[in-house]
Each structure stands twice: as C-alpha cells, then as structure tokens.
Design a protein around this ligand. Structure first.
Ligand SMILES: [Zn+2]
Length: 113
C-alpha cells in the first residue's frame, strides 16, 4: 500500500507542515521519503509473530500507513491470536500437570505435584 508521507502537506509523524521538496521533517527530523519499516504492514506482522505479540497493537495504532478499517482488522486478529495462544498454553500446562501427577501416582517420581 503506497501512501504519501506528506499527505495534506503535513509530516506523518508530528503533523507539522512539510514542504513538498523536503526529504526530512523540519520539526521532528523523520524521513519524509517513506515510513519506517516497523510501520509497514509486513513489519507489523513480522514483529507481532516473532517478538511483540499483543504489544504490537501500539504499532498498529501509531502506523500512518494503515486505514481505520485495517487497524480494527489487525486489532481483532492480534487479540484473537493472543487469546488462542493463551488457551493453548493453559491446556498444555494442564496436560503436563496431569501427566506428572499420574507419574507420581505410579510411584516413579514422588515429586508430590
Ligand atoms: Zn515531523
């Protein structure tokens, strides 16, 4: 998705006026040639999956690239994925616990879990 960082003659970051020939914002110094990679859609998806998880919502809502509808779509997807992973790890924990306690019942470990 290509969007002009100077749309409306304003800097995408600080919303102060930016001239068409400027390469960097005169106020905040951000590049006006394009957006940082972590505000691009692929950057947000990569960070969500590899590092940030639900914390990438900050990027979703700060990104100047995404439209309002896209932001909500990402928000729902990220929250849904986080919830799913929480439920899955809870079930994994329960399975591990019952496996350990059945081992204990057989008198193999005596861990007392
Ligand atoms: Zn600026």
């Amino acid at each position: 998705m290509a969007q002009d960082p100077k749309a409306g003659g304003l800097c995408w970051n600080c919303r102060k006026p930016a001239a068409g020939e400027d390469n960097f914002c005169r106020f905040c110094g951000k590049s006006l040639a394009g957006f940082p990679w972590y505000y691009q859609q692929w950057g947000i998806i990569l960070l969500t999956l590899l590092a940030l998880g639900p914390f990438s919502l900050v990027l979703v809502w700060r990104s100047p690239v995404l439209s309002r509808a896209t932001r909500w779509l990402y928000t729902v997807a990220i929250l849904g994925l986080s919830y799913y992973l929480c439920v899955q790890s809870y079930h994994a924990w329960l399975a591990l616990k019952s496996a350990l306690s059945s081992m204990g019942a057989m008198g193999a470990t005596g861990l007392g879990i």
